[in-house]
Write a protein that binds this ligand. Structure first.
Ligand SMILES: NC(=O)c1ccc[n+]([C@@H]2O[C@H](COP(=O)([O-])OP(=O)(O)OC[C@H]3O[C@@H](n4cnc5c(N)ncnc54)[C@H](O)[C@@H]3O)[C@@H](O)[C@H]2O)c1
Length: 380
């Protein structure tokens, strides 16, 4: 297997999540060739800030760099399809932020393109890689039939009608927002942890703020709310949503998503009930896995490589009591991705979230949107 340092990766996007990719790549020892921002100046200043050798002046220059084997796309959603397609055509592996594309058709086109080129295509559903989620995945294999999966993914950063981000606009983020932005993380996690397949969905989505007041032009850092000039915009994307799932084999599911729940900064939670017990995990306490029993006291497993199964242990870097969290989940996700690249061509058995799985999330979103519009169950 090739050493990670012999694989070159470049990162496009220097906003919130691009630097998270850079940090994780540094930690696992992949050779980072450079970074791309919106302008040549933004690229150069990000390269300097992040301690990287190059700020690319264009995406074409990034793809033309022979040192680049893989690109990471940490860009607004509208760019994912085109940037992924160009990268695959240039012979680069791709780790794309979610969603893979804005339509299932385009996402499937990328799945085919990657397959034909025998390139690895990953979508960054990083939450799978909290070690206790990997532990739960293995543990469930011997817990018998799954009865139900319930949970939520809730945040508060769009609570006020003065909160604004490109994600609220259909043309920038796509027609679903809370569901697509955070609900897909929950759905990917549940499908990967349980191995269940969604058969049908029923959705009830809601836009709490049908009008938001977005800042006009550049907002000065630390400007007070009264100093910011604003314009009213109509919002059609979902602030909250309740989704019911029927899984193949008869299990039931229920998800609540929200970006307007005060005090919940970024909480993903699930509880899975099976014939032989239950388990639950919460991203606010990611080093604890609750194990529910009927005939003896329930337990809490504190993340500890010595107490976890082999899969979870191989994605956990610190001893018990030394907490692992959000940045470590990216480290795990990229470790799986580069282990697969270093091992050779894609096999279809990858542990990282693949393009095919990313495309499936878009199919689920389409079914959820259709259910909302038609007010009925929709078969996936
Ligand atoms: N996996 C996760 O946990 C997670 C978390 C947050 C965001 N995301 C995803 O990451 C993506 C980016 O989100 P973000 O929050 O970092 O957004 P952001 O707005 O903070 O950053 C986007 C970056 O893209 C750059 N950009 C825009 N157009 C560009 C272009 N044409 N060429 C080069 N750079 C360009 C912007 O300058 C900015 O640096 C989204 O798709 C989002 O869904 C994933």
């Amino acid at each position: 297997m090739k050493h990670f340092s012999s694989i070159g990766a470049a990162v496009a996007g220097t906003g919130f999540i691009g630097p998270v990719h850079v940090e994780a790549l540094k930690r696992i020892g992949v050779h980072i060739t450079g970074v791309l921002g919106r302008t040549p100046e933004a690229s150069e200043s990000a390269a300097q800030r992040l301690g990287l050798p190059r700020g690319y002046h264009s995406y074409e220059a990034m793809l033309a760099d022979p040192e680049v084997d893989a690109v990471h796309l940490a860009l607004p959603n509208t760019l994912h399809y085109e940037f992924s397609r160009k990268a695959l055509l240039a012979g680069k592996h791709v780790m794309c932020e979610k969603p893979l594309a804005l339509s299932a058709l385009r996402a499937h086109e990328l799945v085919e393109l990657a397959r034909e080129a025998r390139l690895h295509g990953g979508v960054c559903y990083n939450i799978r890689f909290y070690p206790l989620n990997l532990d739960a995945r293995e543990r469930l294999k011997s817990m018998g039939r799954i009865f139900s999966v319930t949970g939520r993914y809730v945040q508060d950063w769009l609570l006020y009608d003065t909160d604004y981000n490109w994600r609220v606009l259909v043309k920038e983020g796509g027609p679903l927002r809370a569901v697509a932005d955070i609900g897909t993380h929950w759905m990917d996690l549940i499908v990967s942890v349980t191995g269940l397949e969604v058969e049908s969905v029923f959705a009830d989505l809601h836009t709490v703020h049908k009008v938001r007041h977005r800042p006009v032009g550049e907002v000065k850092t630390f400007a007070g709310p009264s100093e910011v000039e604003r314009e009213a915009i109509l919002v059609e994307t979902d602030d909250t949503g309740c989704i019911l799932f029927r899984f193949k084999g008869g299990a039931q599911g229920m998800l609540f998503v929200s970006q307007v729940t005060a005090g919940r900064k970024n909480m993903l939670q699930y509880e899975i009930s099976t014939a032989q017990g239950a388990l639950a995990w919460n991203s606010e306490h990611p080093n604890e896995l609750w194990l529910g029993h009927r005939d003896k006291p329930s337990e809490v497993l504190l993340r500890d490589p010595a107490l976890m199964n082999d899969l979870a242990r191989s994605y956990s870097s610190y001893p018990g009591g030394h907490n692992e969290g959000f940045p470590d989940a990216f480290k795990g996700c990229f470790t799986a991705f580069y282990r697969a690249i270093a091992s050779g061509d894609p096999t279809g058995q990858e542990l990282y979230p693949t393009f095919a799985q990313g495309a499936h999330e878009i199919v689920l979103c389409d079914a959820i949107l259709e259910s909302q519009q038609r007010e009925r169950w929709v078969t996936v």
